[in-house]
Design a protein around this ligand. Structure first.
Ligand code: ADP
Ligand code: MG
Length: 246
């Protein structure tokens, strides 16, 4: 089982988009996948119309969460929304608060991939995610602040891993929302590939309107328009993740 956190301290970089499309991509390749919505904003769960007070909040309590098979071999655990925020407050004073999710999710282990769609704030839920994950994917948008955001994400991950004494490996940095028409995209991508020649995924996710539209229809990009550039990029990324043996 590969336990992958899709994480970044920067919002709007494509964490949820990547989780949904890689998750569906992996399941279409015959893998059994659980996508965990670790963001109280509930974006991932909303795509599948899932709202529940028994989501990640329940897992943090050591209780069972609602898990729904949204497509063949593809499961979603919702975040719990407001309940997750409330429970984080309670959890703040409790013992073993960092390993709650790890313990609950370990019991669910009967799958090939667990993809955790993280929020952009380094809260207790994300600390719990990092105490469970063995790999992280860091999506990076092609804008001016992306490199400093990446540095901040690295530092926080390192910090949390030291505190929880749990090691996670970087599976890859993912360039997202690459706009071929703009110089800034080429420049930022150039900087990233010089700084992280080995860590950067070969796949680049281009800016694509279909990727923006598909969640509104409750669909992954493969259901919404399999022939668009966004689907092509996520097929490539799925293949790269399947081939990963680090
Ligand atoms: N490659 C892309 N092309 C066009 N729009 C995108 C792309 N990736 C993400 N988006 C859009 O950008 C917004 C933020 O993406 P999202 O995946 O929700 O980011 P995060 O989860 O990191 O906050 C959403 O409206 C999403 O549809
Ligand atoms: Mg998100």
């Amino acid at each position: 089982m590969k336990k992958i956190a899709i994480i970044s301290t920067k919002g709007g970089v494509g964490k949820t988009t990547t989780t949904v499309n890689v998750g569906h991509g992996l399941s279409l390749n015959g893998k059994r996948v659980i996508m965990v919505d670790c963001d109280s904003q509930n974006n991932l769960s909303d795509i599948y119309d899932m709202e529940s007070d028994r989501g990640v909040n329940a897992l943090l309590m050591g209780k069972r969460a609602w898990m729904c098979e949204v497509r063949r071999n593809l499961f979603v655990i919702p975040s719990g929304g407001r309940n997750l925020i409330e429970y984080e407050w309670k959890l703040a004073t409790q013992k073993n608060r960092h390993r709650r999710l790890a313990r609950s999710l370990e019991d669910l282990a009967n799958c090939d991939f667990v993809l955790m769609d993280c929020s952009s704030s380094m809260n207790l839920t994300n600390i719990n995610v990092l105490a469970f994950a063995d790999l992280v994917i860091i999506p990076v948008g092609m804008d001016y602040f992306s490199v400093s955001g990446l540095k901040q994400t690295f530092e926080l991950i390192k910090d949390i891993c030291q505190r929880t004494e749990h090691h996670v490996r970087l599976m890859g940095i993912l360039a997202t929302q690459f706009d071929v028409r703009t110089r800034i995209s080429r420049e930022i991508y150039g900087v990233l590939s010089r700084m992280f020649p080995r860590e950067l995924f070969n796949t680049v996710i281009h800016q694509n309107t279909k990727l923006r539209e598909s969640p509104a229809f409750g669909k992954s990009i493969f259901e919404y328009d399999i022939s668009c550039n966004g689907a092509r990029d996520y097929i490539k990324l799925t293949a790269e993740i399947l081939a990963y043996d680090g």
